[in-house]
Design a protein around this ligand. Structure first.
Ligand SMILES: CC(C)(COP(=O)(O)OP(=O)(O)OC[C@H]1O[C@@H](n2cnc3c(N)ncnc32)[C@H](O)[C@@H]1OP(=O)(O)O)[C@@H](O)C(=O)NCCC(=O)NCCS
Length: 377
């Protein structure tokens, strides 16, 4: 057995997976062999979720059925809504989401069924509910009543409708859909790994997804997107951007939205989102935030590009959502609205050939000794 130690498990292969391929040197990302650029161009979030859950593209009839099943699972259980309403609305949206997912489990008559058939059904429910819960949290934060889902709308259009109360135009719904496609899976980040550690004990899916949400919440993972947009808003003026970043770098602070454990080049998802961010800025006749991003990007790449530090997916997802009228605090929950597809796909895949995760530590404590009675210490 290997006794090699790798801090943060860098480079360690912890499982086999047929879901997502990443080449971090060349900036390639593909789901089940399909390049992310092609999915962003031609697919929908629903189709991409099916692709991940079944490891193949659906037929037209299968996609239709999958969309209908997702739409039918959107309404929130009254008790879950009541719990959400009873919690402090200004609490962290990710903490609220984590609690709500946990509560949802109490109303599942078979929470412990982890057969692949049951998990595919639970995946449909969880994908739908993650969107409804996030929209409800977004509204409660503003003292607004949550809005019931509209089953005639696509997953993305319905989410924007439940959040804002307005049916989005086709272009806005499409941009949001692409953002969801781009974040639907990413191989083995901390949240997916955390979820599979729990899944490997044969625990229930609600515990698994709560673990994933807990990991995603952290600023080194999904929490980065919220920090990025806050930073861009704090800079506020393109004329201040370069100096702001130079000062941060001089203080050896991390610039959120840059760097990645796997990508040592431009994150392909960031490249796509950058295009959309630019488009939205032009449509809004408000290029200020996009201009700030350009300067931040150039300053960081000039300083750290040689070290392999480039924009990651979180860098442009913030402005895309901002231009769509979504507040920064919802960015990480929206990440979960998308990533739930990947988490569930990995759980189904991993449990088809489960082995308990139980690594070991390299012991660096004192040598073997003896217990010292309390009056002799
Ligand atoms: C994502 C992240 C945690 C990956 O970290 P990692 O693989 O553990 O890399 P390390 O923390 O070992 O960093 C390697 C080097 O790059 C530097 N670095 C990495 N990300 C950096 C960033 N965003 N800003 C400035 N420096 C950074 C580190 O300071 C370190 O420098 P050193 O070798 O001189 O000490 C890291 O890049 C980061 O903190 N990014 C900001 C948060 C973020 O955007 N997260 C979302 C990821 S999708």
């Amino acid at each position: 057995m290997s006794t090699e130690f790798s801090r943060g498990l860098e480079g360690v292969i912890a499982a086999e997976s047929a879901l997502t391929y990443i080449d971090g040197q060349k900036g390639i990302l593909a789901y089940v062999g399909i390049p992310i650029e092609e999915l962003a161009e031609h697919s929908t979030f629903e189709e991409t979720a099916f692709l991940l859950l079944h490891r193949r593209l659906p037929t037209r009839a299968e996609l239709q059925k999958f969309q209908e099943e997702l739409a039918s699972q959107r309404p929130l259980h009254t008790h879950v809504m009541n719990v959400l309403k009873a919690l402090p609305h200004q609490a962290s949206p990710m903490a609220l989401l984590r609690t709500a997912i946990s509560v949802l489990g109490h109303f599942d008559p078979t929470p412990d069924d982890v057969s692949s058939t049951a998990l595919r059904e639970k995946a449909i429910k969880l994908i739908s509910q993650m969107a409804t819960l996030t929209a409800a949290i977004g509204r409660l934060r503003k003292d607004q009543e949550p809005i019931a889902p509209d089953p005639t709308l696509s997953h993305s259009a319905n989410f924007l409708y439940m959040l804002t109360g307005k049916k989005p135009d086709a272009a806005a719904a499409r941009v949001f859909d692409v953002a969801l496609i781009l974040q639907a899976d990413h191989e083995f980040p901390a949240s997916t790994f955390a979820s599979l550690v729990v899944a490997s004990t044969l625990s229930d899916v609600y515990s698994v997804i709560s673990a994933a949400l807990g990991a995603l919440k952290g600023p080194l993972h999904g929490g980065a997107s919220e920090q990025v947009i806050k930073m861009i808003l704090e800079i506020g003026d393109p004329a201040r951007a370069e100096q702001y970043i130079q000062e941060k770098l001089a203080r050896h602070e991390r610039i959120m939205g840059f760097g990645h454990r796997v990508y040592k080049t431009y994150d392909p998802r960031a490249r796509i989102l950058k295009r959309y961010s630019h488009q939205l800025a032009q449509q809004a006749h408000d290029a200020r935030l996009f201009e700030i991003e350009q300067i931040v990007e150039k300053t960081v790449i000039d300083a750290l590009g040689a070290k392999g530090i480039f924009p990651n997916v979180d860098f442009y997802s913030g402005t895309v959502c901002y231009y769509l009228g979504i507040e920064p605090a919802l960015l990480t929950p929206i990440f979960a609205v998308s990533r739930i597809a990947g988490w569930m796909a990995h759980m189904i895949e991993y449990l088809s050939d489960n082995r308990l995760f139980r690594p070991t530590t390299r012991y660096v404590g004192p040598p073997l000794g003896h217990y010292i009675p309390i009056d002799q210490r």
